[in-house]
Design a protein around this ligand. Structure first.
Ligand code: PMP
Ligand code: GLN
Length: 383
């Protein structure tokens, strides 16, 4: 393994999901729902296979999906992207992130990311030979946020890009207009490109709305906007994502993407195009159900003795494990299957400075009520 990848090993999601299978534990670790996406959309994928949609799609993606993504951006956010040249279909958001970083960052460039961050960011930045500059999100009155001065201090003459994930995994924070304005201002002042990971764009709660950074004045032209179908339609295994950006940025990302995978799998693309056009009502109902599940899990975790931080979006709740007498989340999550028959994710693995997240553990609530109830019942053994 090349030296720049040696620090990475196996992802925490693979490790913890394998542990759940081995020990027969309830898996509230890796974020994937345990119910399927809209039935008519699943049928479209089967129709596409039966109807011969099984050969290479065009490199930038099936035209119908590019048009549906473009229409979705216009309807929801008032953002206009030309489906021919400003939309690129990728193998999930993960490929979109990797291809964007590889396409836009020179070796030695710096990329700012808020820690804790989704694990592929650090690996993509390392693959590019760039350097990750972490800005720490810390709980303020129970909500993870950043200090604008710390963010400003992270900018150097080598800063090329900032990775912005909102709604944010793993903290559940949805950045406010004011927080995004600080980022937008900095990008423009220093000529920084924003790479936005918006995979949880529709999974926000309590009336909180997701605001894309690209909607800020002057930001569309310098933002690579990324999303995917996995979370919106509960089809995380379909790995169908997309990039929306001005033509020169999409061209750059596509230049890399074509040699990573050339094109993304076909049948899902037809189905996701259908979903974006016809299933946003299903998405709204799913989001309401998810909010109930969040509340159910939060209540149960609090009864089990965790300090629970309320997320405004995503699939995840952060807990502080210290009230239960634990201090190291990695140690606790490795023991949790034998202690309680539950798997969770140690938040510290998403930090440049693991000690800053040592006492946090992430639980996923994108599960059936019975599963959540059974898990919290088991977790009461900890107290
Ligand atoms: N970004 C974030 C913040 C995620 O949580 C995930 C995984 N769910 C991804 C990107 C990857 O998305 P995809 O499965 O579409 O590659
Ligand atoms: N995004 C999912 C999570 O945070 C996991 C994706 C993965 O397994 N790489 O749980």
């Amino acid at each position: 393994l090349v030296s720049r990848m040696r620090a990475f090993g196996t992802t925490i999601f693979a490790e913890m999901s394998a542990l759940a299978v081995q020990t027969g534990s309830i898996n509230l670790g890796q974020g994937f729902p345990d119910s399927d996406g809209p039935a008519a959309m699943l049928d479209r994928a089967m129709d596409a296979i039966a109807g011969g949609g099984n050969q290479y799609p065009p490199g930038p993606g099936v035209p119908d999906l590019r048009q549906a993504v473009s229409a979705h951006r216009a309807t929801h956010y008032g953002l206009v992207y030309d489906p021919n040249g400003e939309v690129l279909v990728t193998v999930g958001a993960t490929e979109a992130i990797a291809a964007s970083v590889l396409a836009l960052c020179e070796p030695g460039d710096e990329v700012i990311a808020f820690e804790p961050y989704y694990d592929s960011y650090a690996a993509s930045i390392a693959l590019a030979g760039a350097r990750l500059a972490g800005v720490t999100l810390r709980p303020v009155e129970g909500r993870f946020t950043f200090d604008p001065d710390e963010l400003r201090a992270a900018v150097t003459p080598r800063t090329r890009a900032i990775l912005v994930n909102s709604p944010h995994n793993p903290t559940g924070t949805v950045f406010t207009r004011d927080e995004l304005a600080v980022i937008a201002e900095l990008c423009q002042e220093h000529g920084i490109i924003a790479i936005t990971d918006e995979v949880y764009e529709h999974l926000t709660f309590d009336g909180v709305e997701h605001i894309p950074l690209a909607t800020f004045p002057g930001m569309r032209e310098r933002t690579v906007m990324i999303s995917s179908a996995g979370k919106t339609f509960s089809v995380t295994g379909w790995k169908t994502g997309w990039v929306c950006a001005p033509r020169p940025l999409v061209t750059a990302v596509q230049t890399v993407k074509q040699f990573l995978t050339f094109t993304a799998s076909g049948p899902w693309q037809f189905a996701v195009a259908y979903g974006l056009r016809h299933e946003m009502g299903w998405v709204a109902a799913m989001r309401a159900g998810l909010q109930d599940k969040r509340d159910r899990l939060m209540k149960g975790l609090a009864l089990a003795g965790f300090r629970v931080l309320k997320p405004a979006g995503t699939y995840f709740v952060q807990t502080d494990i210290r009230p239960l007498g634990f201090t190291d989340g990695l140690e606790l999550t490795r023991k949790l299957p034998s202690l309680a028959g539950v798997v969770a994710i140690p938040t510290q693995v998403f930090y440049e400075h693991p000690e800053r997240g040592a006492h946090f553990v992430r639980f996923a609530f994108c599960k059936q009520y019975e599963v959540i109830d059974e898990a919290v019942g088991r977790l009461k053994r900890l107290g």
